[in-house]
Design a protein around this ligand. Structure first.
Ligand SMILES: C[S@@+](CC[C@H](N)C(=O)[O-])C[C@H]1O[C@@H](n2cnc3c(N)ncnc32)[C@H](O)[C@@H]1O
Length: 249
């Protein structure tokens, strides 16, 4: 999803924690993470029109999307915010398969996972990033907290989602939330939480988690949106937006 009104990231490197939790969104989260890490190399998986990508300041920016929709003028403005910007018009899987050398040499400071909104692909994107993520790096995931069953409806892709639902159901988070649940159940080396803002902003960094979920991947695969509704705080480690500032420390 690309909600209207997502604030542009401020361009100062010293972030002031937002006192109003509503101001936290994926763009601010990505920028604050980049302003914290040593290696300011940014990867965005799923870029679309560039509403987020175009506002991010970094040393190097990599954009990955099988179908960019970035207006030419926005592309020019985007490139002013980085020393180097590269576009890869391919799926995330194809990007990782053919850019190992590049990723090994540049490594990744911060990545945003916001491509295909399926459980398996979003999980795969996180797992593909991890070998290249610096020790102090962050992965941000968008659309981790669906607000309605319709938004969370699993589909193979956005086109199928649009074809198979009601015409007014245009927001699609899919079942990305299950990737968060699986990471919380299987990775004892990652701290994972979801900020309750901007359709659910997942935040991931290396470290020992406070708790883990006692769930097997097969059980997670069988879960439904109703299971999420019953236990979303625990399943997602769902936090108020301002939690981000302590996670960042
Ligand atoms: C919700 S949009 C991204 C929005 C953008 N990150 C932002 O914050 O403004 C999702 C994008 O993912 C792209 N996408 C779909 N399948 C993908 C895949 N397998 N790999 C990478 N990107 C994919 C779509 O083309 C679409 O542009």
């Amino acid at each position: 999803m690309d909600p209207q009104g997502a604030d542009a990231a401020p361009d100062n490197r010293q972030q002031t924690p937002a006192s109003d939790g509503e101001r936290v969104n994926r763009i601010r989260v990505v920028q604050a993470c980049l302003d914290k890490v040593q290696n300011r190399t940014y990867l965005e998986i799923g870029v679309s029109t560039g509403s987020c990508f175009s506002k991010i300041r970094a040393s190097t920016k990599y954009a990955v999307d099988p179908e960019f929709k970035i207006p030419e003028r926005r592309r020019r403005d985007t490139e002013k915010l980085a020393d180097k910007t590269s576009y890869f018009e391919v799926t995330s899987d194809a990007f990782f398969a053919s850019n190992r050398g590049l990723l090994e040499s540049s490594r990744i400071g911060v990545a945003l996972v916001d491509g295909l909104h399926t459980y398996k692909q979003s999980l795969h994107d996180v797992l593909n990033i991890l070998p290249y993520l610096d020790d102090d790096g962050f992965i941000v995931m968008h659309d981790c907290r669906p607000r309605f069953a319709s938004e969370a409806r699993p589909a193979a892709n956005h086109g199928e989602f649009m074809r198979t639902g009601k015409w007014w159901e245009i927001a699609w988070t899919g079942d990305v939330w299950k990737a968060v649940v699986e990471l919380r159940a299987t990775r004892s080396d990652l701290r994972v939480a979801v900020l309750d803002c901007d359709c659910g902003v997942g935040i991931i960094r290396r470290g020992k988690p406070d708790d883990m979920l006692a769930l097997k991947p097969e059980a997670i695969a069988a879960m439904t949106y109703q299971d999420l509704v019953k236990d979303k705080q625990h399943l997602l480690n769902l936090r108020k937006p301002d939690y981000f500032w302590s996670f960042l420390l």
